[in-house]
Design a protein around this ligand. Sequence first.
Ligand code: THU
Length: 133
Amino acid sequence: MSSLDSLFEAAKIVQAKAYAPYSRFKVGAAILTPSGKVFVGCNVENAAYPVGSCAEAGAISAMLAGGENRIAAIVVMGEGEHLVTPCGGCRQRIREFASPETPIHVAGPEGIRKSFTLDALLPFSFGPDNLTL
Ligand code: THU
């Protein structure tokens, strides 16, 4: 199984664990790190709606908790017929730990639907280097 196949499977398994009783829109995210490890996250909603968190945020948190801090590739798996590209906030979250060329694979249950680079989804982005005075 290729690393992209296993990333896809990991995103699918964690998507099923999402807590999304309000939107009923389950999302799973799986991050591959340069060392070959996989970290996953799902969206976690809340009765106080704005407090909910995205799948990508959960996967990034798991990556940091697991002692890694670079994203080599990420799969975001959503439901329905539309492309579930990461929201604006999550593009910025990914950007903190990725390179412009890092692939972001957008998937549905049947497979990868479209692949982007981070730079394509977040051009002219603000990152750690911008903070150097
Ligand atoms: N959601 C994610 O988890 N990631 C995204 O990039 C887009 C949106 C979640 C948030 C919310 O729980 C549900 O999808 C509907 O917006």
